[in-house]
Design a protein around this ligand. Sequence first.
Ligand SMILES: Cc1cc2nc3c(=O)[nH]c(=O)nc-3n(C[C@H](O)[C@H](O)[C@H](O)COP(=O)(O)O)c2cc1C
Length: 351
Amino acid sequence: MAEPRFGIWANVYGSWASLQHPEDPLDASWERNKRQILLAEQLGYDSTLIAQHEVNPFGHHLDQLEAWSSAAALAALTERIEIITAIKPLLYHPVVLAKQALQIEDISEGRFALNLVNAWYKPEIEPAGIEFPEHDQRYVYGREWIDVVKGLISGERVTYQGKYFQVEDYQLKPASRFRERPTIYVGGESDPAKDLVASSADVWFINGQPPHEIERLISEVRARPRRGEPVRFGMAAFVIARETDAAAEAELEHAWELAAKDEPAKAHVFNNADPKAVMFQTFQKYPHIGTNGGTAAGLVGSYERVAERIQAFHAQGIELFMLQFQPFEAEMERFAREVIPRVREAALTVS
Ligand SMILES: Cc1cc2nc3c(=O)[nH]c(=O)nc-3n(C[C@H](O)[C@H](O)[C@H](O)COP(=O)(O)O)c2cc1C
């Protein structure tokens, strides 16, 4: 298996944990995101994930970074880091989105990836006059959508007759000059999401959760019929790494105190989440700081402990660790300085 890779979540909401952290003022601006990703690249991070939301689910009065225009700008400004951009199929026609993906693939010289996410937040979709189908029907729509996109970003001439999309003899030029096509990630935890991963994705993004759940989820996807290369796996996590376990636990406690101040914003998110979204059922099982599982992955502890846990997840099959911190920039520097070298050293002594 490939070496572990490390990525960071672009600060599209302005914070991935407390909205009121004294050392991490809420800031979703392009300026801040640009600085953050350029710093991540300089620190040696391999990847960044730009989540897609048109409005901020923690409150529509809050700023929200636009994903696809930011991805294109970041592609031009960076040189090495992978740029993964989330996409909700309901929001873009697949031909238009495939064209944008190929353009960013070209600007980035082969570093672009899309993350298909099937939507859970109705107030982003319905008030725009866009239909929000029921959970499993969204996956029927998403499957047709990715079939069309995958063909087009592979440079194929596509004819498609589906329930939702009819495409006639369509081809996009240029296709990727650097590889077969941009990488396809999928984020989602339900059975139709797992089916979609097995049939159509290169990488499955899993929400952060304890190792026994990760093992179960990976085996469920590996057991599904699949053509071509095996599925690869990535996991989201919120990291609190300190000199000692005790110091990390104290920081976690502080994070919970700060989190209590955001209860109304969190209630807004949960009250508007599709109750059928399996992701939110998992979140309730494992309370956490951060989003997408966050600290439920257990990357809280001394530098050695966090490095060991990363090694253990890697042995289970996780190749890409997509990380959140708070305050973001200072903690991502600490992680690059203290934890990444320990993970790499451990890998050397094992091999
Ligand atoms: C790593 C990761 C990233 C995600 N990013 C987004 C995002 O950018 N926008 C969004 O609306 N949902 C995002 N999601 C949530 C998925 O859309 C969510 O899992 C899905 O709507 C619920 O489907 P499920 O029932 O299959 O879990 C993400 C999920 C994961 C695991």
